[in-house]
Design a protein around this ligand. Sequence first.
Ligand code: SF4
Ligand code: SF4
Length: 394
Amino acid sequence: MSSAQPITLHPARPAQPQAGSDVTPAIPGHRVELQLLTTLKCNLKCTYCSLGVGEVLGSQTHVDYSLDQLENFVATHLGGYETYVTFYGGEPTLNTQYMQEVIARFPNFRYQLQTNGTLLDGLPDALLARMSNYLISIDGGETTTDGYRGRGIYRQVMKNLATVRPKIAGSATARVTWSHPEISFEELDHLTEIFDYLYFQFVADRGAYPAEGMAKRRAILAQMIDKFFRHTDRLYPIIPIMGMVRNKVMPSRAQELYQGKSQCRASTHILNVMPDGRIFPCPDLLYLPEMQQGSVVDNWLRASPLQADPAMPCSSCEAFAFCRGNCMKNLYLAYVKKDEDYRREVVEPICELVRFMGEEIDRHNPQEWFARASLPVRKQITDCEVYEYVEIMP
Ligand code: SF4
Ligand code: SF4
């Protein structure tokens, strides 16, 4: 069954629920992620950067709201929620002071850093020790990464990770945008040996999914999934596969943290706070005024406007039970904004790959594998903390 609801798109400031009222809260559930964009500047120029759309990248270079305003916002709207923070950008480590100030102000929050990794070695030890997870952007092996990010970046990131490893208690997750069809199984597989987890997402670029490129991606996905099911006593730590397997063996987990909506949290409980204090549900749609969900400066918050819509095809899709609408931004642009080229060249190929992954996983009988898996592996499949920090689906 679909959970599709009509989308509401009016950025006007809504009335806030009063204490004791039965008005639906802006954030459903009990958990909220504050994704604080410390700056929109970046020290790299990755060719596919999604902040390049709408000229968001570089447009705000320092945080304009005060910590008192942030605290006031949290007290007004997020009281009683388990709150965790992801520092995001631009490149968040360009504003280390702000990160330190936030941590000092909210010492009981959980923290994650999403970074390109190039400045990690310069962070103070106390800050490094505080992160529950590092999401480190990398594109694959050295040639691929340097091709997108600049010469020497792969080695620099690897060196930095090795330097900070003894100082960090949290996990390190490779965050890969799977950009071009020539990226090999071996280079992705190698990342699982260096990082604790690998999370990948299919690039949202037109022209990235020609027929032969789709065939290559399918072959690599099949290889990954085959390797995933080879062992029951050790985990092959690739988040989208882990998440899909979880959703198949324990369907309730596919719903409970996201109220049955998209697992990327954009429809429920992630608040992207721009340096100027405006709040949006998806970091890739900061350029659309109708997507504004709130403001730290003006202290208001409404439910995410980025919701499933009857125009989206998910309710009749065989993958819905484990996919749950993958990327709401993609679906919104393709089916609500009706960008036909984007639908044909980006969204439909990605959906095809998601369905393919589901079929490949089914071929390996995930229920039977889960029944034989060791307790630590089962625990990781059901409860891996990194699920809370990434979109889960590719
Ligand atoms: S594969 Fe595509 S159409 Fe199917 S549920 Fe996922 S996002 Fe929706
Ligand atoms: S997966 Fe979610 S957060 Fe990521 S781009 Fe899509 S809608 Fe935005």
